[in-house]
Design a protein around this ligand. Structure first.
Ligand code: AMO
Length: 433
């Protein structure tokens, strides 16, 4: 059974006379008496199917009338070059089959002619993704992943998977989702942090993981979710500078791939994308505070960046930048302090003018120092024994980062809400679909 020989988007007027079989959704039907149109939509675009009553016969002509919008149809017919038709061709059908009929009314309008609330769209996400601009964003997300994977392979990085069901907190916070694990309590992992570091002790040298992270944060913002996909990298015999180079390399590889390979999708979104220039600007936390001091900043040295300062920096700098040399007090225990000024550490954040995209660091690799840092943060080293063991028998210096996939896609495509960059988002209020 051949259900489809071509996608709509692959058909050109030059194929005039060729028999094709298309399959997709009934985007629109119009009956003008002696002539009727069925616009078929598949993931690559639209094709106009033209039924001339005299040519196709009464039966076929009548059958089109009964096709409800968004029903799944298969159309066999011949391509006809037609300058007046959209994209310069139409399909003259010989057979039309309904493979799955759609109920009336539809939960939302997939033609994008009618605006729709985000919540309504998410409630019926299966139908929302039929909208070309929505689908385009997820196709671009896939392209981003592909390009970043290719970039990692070109840099000799090995892909790994680490457990998502864990016994301990990674970041030391309280933002954990507990789950019941037989007779024990377990948690959904916040980050592969501890595992990717342990793999440096395992001699894997360069690893990456692309997978979910879970954060039980109460945030209800446009850039936070409770489940997100993180692109994590860890490299040995490397410092914070090396890790930053790999990070900007990955981001630019994604932009470059998308601008070169996703023209149709960018057009569906209506976006003219340009590739950011490397190296990204590096500014230290202290310099950032000085820059921001020309306006009325409330934050003090040692505070985490507040939203106002972050926004001001984004507007002033206007492109991707790294914020480096953070106060040790606000970065996690695994971040390496500078030897000569331990109040500052080798942690960095990658910023887009709109928001943080990634954070990373050169790590503490000395066992004794790591134990002290865990204690300084008010945590109990006993809970980290499985992790600390990997530091006792030869741990190389290493560095790494975690990059939020949805934030990368959201900022690349200028999407308003992070939920636009996740097919089935999980937030404070949403657990279905
Ligand atoms: P961090 O907690 O900064 O660092 O997370 C890294 C990146 O993951 C994304 N992210 C999120 N995206 C959406 N919703 C959330 N709730 C959310 N939380 C995080 C962000 C963020 O920049 N272990 C370190 C990384 C490392 O040092 O290697 C970590 O998890 O884009």
């Amino acid at each position: 059974m051949i259900l489809r020989t071509h996608y709509s988007g692959d058909i050109t007027p030059e194929m005039d006379g060729k028999e094709v079989t298309l399959a997709g959704w009934a985007h629109e039907t119009r009956d003008l008496g002696g002539i009727a149109f069925l616009v078929l939509r598949d993931r690559k675009g639209l094709a106009q199917v033209t039924l001339v009553k005299k040519l196709v016969g009464k039966e076929l002509f009548k059958s089109v009338r009964s096709i409800s919008r968004e029903s799944v149809v298969q159309v066999r017919g011949n391509v006809k070059a037609e300058p007046k038709a959209p994209r310069g061709f139409e399909i003259m059908p010989t057979e039309i089959r309904v493979l799955g009929s759609a109920e009336v009314p539809l939960p939302l309008d997939p033609t994008e002619k009618v605006e729709c609330e985000l919540d309504t769209r998410l409630d019926s996400r299966f139908m929302d993704v039929r909208r070309p601009s929505v689908l385009a964003a997820f196709e671009i997300e896939s392209a981003v992943l592909r390009s970043i994977r290719d970039y990692f392979y070109s840099q000799g990085v090995t892909e790994v998977f680490t457990p998502k069901i864990v016994a301990a907190a990674t970041e030391g916070g309280t933002d954990l989702f507990p789950i019941s694990y037989f007779e024990k309590e377990a948690f959904l992992n916040q980050s592969p942090q501890l595992y990717k570091q342990m793999l440096m002790g395992a001699g894997m040298d360069r690893v990456f993981e692309i997978g979910p992270i879970f954060r039980a944060e109460e945030h209800d913002t446009r850039r936070h979710l409770n489940e997100a996909i993180s692109i994590d990298l860890e490299v040995s015999f490397a410092d914070d500078k090396d890790a930053m180079e790999l990070l900007e390399g990955a981001v630019v590889a994604a932009y470059r791939y998308v601008t070169e390979n996703c023209l149709r999708q960018l057009e569906a979104i209506g976006l003219n994308l340009s590739v950011p220039k490397v190296p990204f600007r590096r500014i230290t936390y202290t310099e950032a505070l000085e820059l921001a001091s020309e306006r009325d900043v409330k934050m003090q040295w040692g505070d985490d960046l507040d939203t106002e300062t972050e926004r001001f920096l984004g507007e002033t700098i206007g492109e991707h930048y790294f914020l480096t040399d953070w106060p040790s007090s606000i970065k996690p225990y695994y971040t390496l302090p500078y030897e000569d000024r331990p109040e500052v550490c080798r942690g960095f954040d990658l910023m887009h003018p709109r928001m943080e995209l990634a954070s990373g660091a050169q790590r503490v690799h000395d066992h004794g120092m790591l134990v002290s840092r865990i204690k300084e943060k008010g945590l109990d080293p006993a809970g980290f024994e499985f992790y600390l063991n990997a530091f006792r028998y030869g741990m190389p210096p290493h560095a790494g980062w975690g990059l939020g996939l949805s934030r990368l896609v959201m900022t690349m495509l200028n999407l308003e809400n992070i939920r636009d960059a996740v097919i089935f988002p999980r937030d404070r209020r949403r657990l279905v679909p």
